[in-house]
Ligand binder design. Structure first.
Ligand SMILES: Nc1ncnc2c1ncn2[C@@H]1O[C@H](COP(=O)(O)OP(=O)(O)OP(=O)(O)O)[C@@H](O)[C@H]1O
Ligand SMILES: [Mg+2]
Length: 187
């Protein structure tokens, strides 16, 4: 597709997806998804809702987030960031002793317009992890920014997690939940 261009700035996305495009993805099991993604990335205005891609392991969620990152990065440059949920939590855990740096990082992730987070809630989180993540989600909510993410957890699963209702309510409000179908492509 002519109008879609891809950034070569690929540092935060997994190396294995650094050259992937929408054309490399096999859409057989997800025929509507391609248009949903194209319409999302080419819209002129900041999208009211982000995207919450959910599905089983190995169906291509990280692949798709990486491609979305490459397109958005081409269009919006440094207004786009990609991070794995566990890495985000780990960096906040380390920084918690340095209040100034910690606030800087919270502020960074709260005020970047396009934030892509891979594997939300896929691993165990402590209460303090959830509190830290809530700060970011709340900050984004207050700034009218959404979130683009992937998870093995769907909307129902999210509502059943033990996270605070404040966090869940904001996440549900911020994202369109979209299923990625298919089998585990790794096996
Ligand atoms: N529809 C697809 N077309 C082409 N390759 C695919 C597709 N789906 C998955 N793959 C390939 O399958 C492997 C797993 O994909 P990926 O890492 O994106 O899965 P995932 O949904 O993020 O899994 P997890 O939940 O474990 O993180 C990769 O090698 C990827 O290239
Ligand atoms: Mg993944």
């Amino acid at each position: 597709m002519e109008i879609i261009k891809y950034s070569n700035y690929t540092i935060p996305i997994p190396n294995r997806y650094k050259n992937k495009t929408l054309e490399d993805y096999n859409w057989e099991e997800n025929k509507n998804l391609k248009n949903i993604i194209i319409n999302f990335v080419i819209q002129d205005n900041y999208p009211e809702k982000g995207i919450w891609l959910y599905g089983m392991v190995g169906v291509g969620k990280t692949f798709l987030l990486s491609v979305i990152y490459r397109i958005l990065r081409y269009i919006y440059g440094s207004d786009v960031e990609y991070i794995e949920f566990q890495n985000l939590l780990a960096s906040l855990r380390v920084l918690i002793k340095d209040a100034e740096k910690f606030e800087e990082v919270i502020n960074f992730y709260s005020s970047i317009p396009y934030l892509i987070v891979d594997d939300i809630f896929d691993e165990y989180c402590t209460e303090s992890d959830l509190k830290n993540f809530s700060r970011i989600v709340n900050g984004r909510y207050n700034n009218n920014y959404n979130l683009i993410c992937s998870s093995n957890v769907d909307k129902k699963g999210l509502l059943e997690t033990k996270s605070s209702m404040h966090l869940i309510s904001r996440l549900v409000g911020m994202c369109e939940f979209i299923q990625v179908n298919g089998k585990d492509n790794r096996i």
